[in-house]
Design a protein around this ligand. Structure first.
Ligand SMILES: Cc1cc2nc3c(=O)[nH]c(=O)nc-3n(C[C@H](O)[C@H](O)[C@H](O)COP(=O)(O)O)c2cc1C
Length: 372
């Protein structure tokens, strides 16, 4: 008998969720993304653990089971992350995360299970789409007019509107030129996305205001820049302070290839810099304690990204957005080590090349769509 193991007390990890699968039930530990089939006896043992139990307690609760078997089952469950030993580092990490995470288990699942995913390459994705097209066409990308007899044709928005004309020029261009970008262009993009332009106040005191809206004015995002080819700025990773409108180096390390930070999308390697938006979920959680607030944070990234892209467009640059992030690699580079602080969205800035696939509509094209 191993008395050390017998004394060890276990608790079911709070980060474990149980899902139905085709062949039964699958338990997943959201923290380490481990998934394992769970059959009825194992279910019973997990449920039998209650607040905490060791082999001896389980032996009493399940007299039909052999103690050695129970010991082995617990060891296997610990290995899988289904149970944590009281006082262990895993127990502490599981306990603190679940005490701090206030958006609920479904949002925690989305947050943790979709990290560091493996994506198909562009060529694989194209092949997959071609194969799918052979089976069924993709859903229509936009609604047409239903009844052409009753339509109100609207004034031309591009006729005399510099803002809309600029917005219309924004494009994701994955054919970057190996040309440096100006520091002023990077500064514009950062300021447009996260620059602080004022403040408001409420019961909590002063709240920063920026050019993009923020759910509850909680401003969960910080921007970091990975610089490869910006005039006057050494390659490296920097944090942007929107209040001071200034950059500070994160570390003195040589930055990795940009593609290494976004799931090996190699078009990024020709880009001059990449802005990474990192969410500090606790800022929003402090006010909103429900799963919908996870959406609130993600939506804000879109607002910030759009402003960055428009500022880049005005400097004749492209800002390629991506949510296909290599989270762990980014976190390591930036020195971020907290499950409640996570990179969400990145925009790579560069000088665009000619994209033969893009055709720009004229007002006449729109009239053709109207069938006028
Ligand atoms: C949330 C989001 C994620 C995106 N992720 C990627 C990506 O991982 N890789 C990529 O090449 N483009 C990505 N894009 C860019 C889209 O492919 C692009 O916006 C789309 O093709 C339309 O082109 P446009 O941006 O020029 O209008 C993303 C766009 C959005 C909004």
């Amino acid at each position: 008998m191993n008395f050390g193991a017998e004394m060890k007390q276990f608790r079911v990890a709070k980060s474990v969720v149980i899902n139905r699968s085709d062949d039964g039930f699958v338990a997943m530990n959201l923290m380490n993304k481990s998934a394992f089939a769970i059959d009825p006896p194992l279910f019973e043992v997990l449920a039998g653990i209650g607040d905490a139990a060791g082999v001896a307690d389980l032996g009493e609760r399940f007299p039909d089971y052999d103690v050695v078997e129970l010991e082995e089952a617990l060891a296997a469950l610990e290995e899988l992350g289904a149970v944590v030993a009281l006082g262990s580092a895993q127990h502490e990490a599981d306990r603190t995360l679940n005490a701090r995470w206030l958006f609920g288990a479904p949002a925690l699942g989305l947050h943790l299970m979709t990290r560091d995913m493996e994506f198909a390459s562009a060529a694989e994705s194209e092949d997959g789409q071609k194969a799918r097209m052979a089976e069924e066409p993709p859903p229509r990308a936009r609604l047409g007019l239903k009844d052409r007899a009753v339509i109100i044709d609207l004034p031309d928005p591009m006729a005399d509107n510099e803002l809309i004309a600029l917005m219309a020029k924004r494009r994701t261009n994955r054919l970057p030129q190996a040309t440096p970008i100006a520091l002023e262009a990077l500064a514009d993009a950062l300021f447009a996305g996260l620059g602080i332009v004022g403040e408001t106040s409420n019961v909590t005191g002063a709240l920063p205001l920026k050019m993009t809206p923020s759910g509850g004015a909680r401003n969960p995002f910080e921007a970091y820049v990975v610089v490869r080819n910006v005039v006057g700025l050494a390659p490296g990773a920097y944090h942007y302070c929107g209040l001071a409108h200034a950059l500070e180096p994160v570390n003195g390390d040589e930055p990795p290839a940009l593609s290494a930070l976004i799931a090996d999308q190699d078009w990024a390697d020709g880009m001059a810099a990449m802005i990474v938006l990192v969410a500090h979920f606790e800022r929003t959680m402090w006010k909103y304690r429900d799963g919908n607030a996870y959406r609130v944070v993600l939506i804000e990234a879109g607002h910030i990204g759009q402003n960055i892209a428009l500022a880049a467009t005005r400097r004749n640059l492209t800002a390629c957005p991506t949510a296909a992030l290599s989270h762990s690699r980014i976190e390591k580079l930036l020195g971020v080590d907290d499950p409640l602080v996570a990179p969400i969205y990145a925009l790579a800035l560069g000088v665009p090349g000619q994209d033969p696939d893009v055709r720009v509509y004229s007002p006449t094209d729109r009239r053709i769509h109207l069938n006028l």
